[in-house]
Design a protein around this ligand. Structure first.
Ligand code: 5GP
Length: 197
């Protein structure tokens, strides 16, 4: 008898900053309770009034010590802060056959692509329209310096290139949140069906 547990799949959510990904990710969390959401370690400050449970807030010193210890599956510096995914957290869930969701920046996606078997990986890009639209959302969300905004714009231009390499693109254009939720639900539902066999 084959008692080996079939390995799960890692869904990477990739979205330009401020693209409304949190709303979509919260929606998918409610729609499919069987999904496993990985946390991000980060050195950035918690945002007031936000649900911060998907982040573990670390000091720069602690983060660097964990890099040295090889604890991260991937890590990246984004907007002057460090972000990373813990190897053990990802591996435990995938080994248990779970469908795992993690959002990350472009550098993280490329790193994971380089080390994970392609059949275990799905990359979803959330397309939220023009830079002007994104800038408006980012400014409305929390105080941000002009310097940080400028570096986010450079990043946004880079991020657009990721769209071509994605397995799926979800269209979250202004005023179309409900259809974006449905689109996202459809894609994740199909992935779950494949893993469930
Ligand atoms: P924010 O500070 O706005 O929550 O996230 C900033 C950026 O960091 C976003 O592009 C987000 O996808 C990315 N990010 C969040 N967690 C991780 C992570 O664990 N690894 C990487 N590489 N990027 C992350």
């Amino acid at each position: 008898m084959d008692t080996e547990i079939k390995r799960g799949k890692l869904i990477l959510i990739f979205a330009p900053t401020g693209s409304g990904k949190s709303v979509l990710i919260n929606h998918i969390r409610e729609a499919y309770p069987e999904l496993t959401f990985l946390t991000s370690c980060t050195t950035r400050e918690p945002r007031p009034g936000h649900e911060n449970s998907s982040y573990t807030f670390l000091s720069v010193e602690d983060f660097k010590a964990r890099i040295e210890a090889g604890e991260f599956l991937e890590w990246a510096e984004f907007g002057g802060n460090f972000y990373g995914t813990l190897k053990t957290e990802a591996e435990n869930a995938l080994g248990a056959g779970k469908v795992v969701i993690k959002e990350m920046d472009a550098q993280g996606v490329e790193l994971v692509r380089a080390i994970m078997p392609p059949e275990e990986l799905v990359v979803i890009y959330i397309d939220a329209g023009s830079w002007e639209e994104l800038e408006r959302r980012v400014r409305a969300r929390a105080p941000i310096t002009e310097e940080e905004l400028a570096s986010r714009k450079l990043r946004y231009v880079e991020e657009l290139k990721m769209k071509e390499g994605a397995d799926f693109v979800i269209h979250n254009l202004p005023g179309e949140l409900e259809s974006a939720k449905k689109e996202f639900e459809g894609v994740v539902g199909r992935i779950l069906n494949v893993v469930r066999g």
